[in-house]
Design a protein around this ligand. Structure first.
Ligand SMILES: [Zn+2]
Ligand SMILES: [Zn+2]
Length: 273
């Protein structure tokens, strides 16, 4: 299994970090988790694209995680010449979110179906709302879900992908919780969005203090990784976004609590498990 970070950014625009999303390649199967800003460009950087996706999994409907889903849908539709159905899974509310996206795309769909002979109808989508605890397979990849803790954002879910003896946990924005422990237990790679409490806590800005309430800190993530016996901790969606010179300090904060490998994600960082 190969995990490619197709976006390690946050809502704050960053020229080097696309919005949060992660591509998992497992055998011939490609699964995208979340669809943040510029994900389609980063998929191109990973030598793939929406037509190659077997499924899109959504952790939650915060805009930074889904703002480029319409680009994934439209590009999948046009590039596959409407021959393929794009499967989208997410927490309850995802079906409605996608339905509204499709309303927004109605003019474009009308222009393109009128202009291109190869398009007779709009995007072919199969959207499934998931409950925590749901399990399903995408080709030969087993996917399990659990509730995460990102309150007041509800519902939120994380994913555990198992293929050929390898386990990847991709849990999105969340505080440490039982659901994350369940998903990341014995994982070969545990991918966690994370912030630095020690840097952010002294900043007297309400918006900064708000984000501390519902995200894992680096120390939290490292403690989770150690508690559940994960082999690697992959940090993404980092606040504040670190520069490469900061990486050793970030790794040191995690390594104080976790003996395994700690990877600070850049866009297109690839982790093979
Ligand atoms: Zn969020
Ligand atoms: Zn986020």
């Amino acid at each position: 299994m190969e995990i490619i970070l197709t976006g390690t950014g946050t809502p704050i625009p960053d020229p080097n970090r696309a919005g949060p999303s992660t591509l998992v390649k497992a055998g011939d199967t490609q699964i995208l988790v979340d669809a943040g800003r510029s994900v389609v460009m980063r998929l191109a950087g990973a030598a793939t694209g929406p037509p190659a996706l077997d499924a899109v999994l959504i952790t939650h409907l915060h805009s930074d995680h889904v703002c480029a889903l319409n680009d994934v849908i439209t590009t999948h539709w046009v590039m596959s010449q409407e021959q393929a159905t794009l499967r989208i899974f997410g927490p309850v509310g995802t079906e409605e979110f996608v339905r509204r996206q499709m309303h927004a795309l109605e003019p474009d769909i009308a222009y393109r179906t009128e202009h291109h002979n190869f398009l007779e109808h709009g995007p072919q989508l199969a959207v499934t709302d998931l409950e925590p605890g749901d399990t399903f397979s995408i080709n030969d990849v087993m996917v399990s879900t659990a509730a995460t803790e990102h309150s007041p954002v509800k519902p939120t879910i994380g994913f555990r992908l198992e293929h050929d003896g390898s386990i990847a946990a991709l849990v999105g924005d969340t505080l440490p919780c039982d659901g994350v422990d369940e998903l990341a237990r014995d994982a070969d790679a545990y991918v966690q969005t994370a912030l630095r409490r020690d840097i952010l806590e002294p900043i007297p800005v309400q918006g900064v203090q708000d984000i501390l309430e519902y995200h894992s800190g680096v120390v939290d993530a490292a403690q989770t990784a150690a508690r559940v016996g994960a082999m690697r901790l992959v940090l993404t969606h980092m606040v504040p976004a670190p520069q490469p010179a900061d990486y050793p300090d970030w790794i040191a904060h995690a390594a104080a609590h976790f003996d395994g490998e700690v990877i600070i994600g850049d866009d297109l960082t690839s982790v093979t498990i």
